[in-house]
Design a protein around this ligand. Structure first.
Ligand code: SF4
Length: 251
């Protein structure tokens, strides 16, 4: 029968189907699914009901956050559309299969983070991301000073994230390379969050590791316009210099 164009079932067009997007609960910061046809979300953990955050294409935050990151010690800051972030299942799988010493050590590392699938879903709720890098000579990368640099990175990322929140971007969310157990809680036997013994000891510093989400850090730096040694080798994706990279997603 010829399609008249008038009697189409409204459910026959998959592009019109509602889909879930992830937002952060304004109270407890847990991930909350809000479907694209819903105006409000309800946190399954603390039960807070909140309005769906409005996405904005404006960038009034950019200069202030960029300045903040440089003041605190970043050597590169760039902005990219969130859709340009490359997420690779293979990279998140390396945490487990290569038995990274950080695996299972904290709430910021696998298996306690939602991995590459979770990150792809999270990307749907954001528009832009600040990419932050601290470039460091390989000899420092391989020395005991490495820990201090990665602690600094987490501090910069969390501070930029919190500045974005103060500017009204309440769902700003930061990620940083390096496992937080090793960086901040090495004097303790356990992560307090994963053992359900309390809240994070370092909420103003520690942020989830980017590796556990499968974020391709070299491509991230390249796409953000970083021309330093560590992001140079496009061909085989080799890291030829030291780097400590972070990301703050903003919507
Ligand atoms: S308590 Fe320590 S190990 Fe656990 S999430 Fe916080 S900083 Fe990381």
């Amino acid at each position: 029968m010829k399609d008249s164009g008038f009697f189409k079932c409204p459910g026959s067009d998959p592009s019109a189907w509602a889909k879930p997007e992830i937002f952060l609960c304004p109270d407890c910061k847990s991930e909350v699914d809000i479907w694209t046809d819903e105006k409000k979300g309800r946190c399954p953990f603390c039960k807070t009901i909140f309005e769906r955050p409005i996405k904005t294409a404006d960038k009034p935050y950019y200069d202030a956050l960029l300045k903040k990151a440089f003041e605190l010690g970043a050597s590169f800051v760039g902005m990219i559309p969130v859709l340009d972030i490359v997420v690779d299942d293979h990279l998140s799988g390396l945490c487990e299969h290569h038995q990274c010493s950080n695996y299972g050590s904290s709430a910021g590392c696998p298996p306690y983070v939602s991995g590459s699938d979770g990150f792809r879903r999270l990307m749907g709720a954001y528009q832009e991301a600040l990419v932050i890098n601290i470039e460091l000579p390989m000899e420092i990368m391989l020395s005991h000073q490495r820990r201090e640099i990665f602690r600094l990175l987490h501090g910069i990322v969390s501070s930029v994230e919190q500045n974005a929140v103060k500017m009204g971007y309440s769902n700003a969310r930061g990620f940083a390379s390096g496992g937080c157990k090793q960086l901040f809680c090495s004097d303790y036997q356990e992560c307090r969050v994963t053992t359900k013994k309390g809240d994070c000891r370092n909420p103003d510093l520690a942020r989830p590791s980017m590796s556990g989400y499968g974020i391709d850090v070299v491509k991230l730096l390249q796409r953000a316009g970083c021309t330093s040694e560590c992001a140079r080798d496009e061909k085989d994706n080799k890291i030829s210099g030291g780097m400590a990279c972070g990301l703050v997603m903003i919507c």
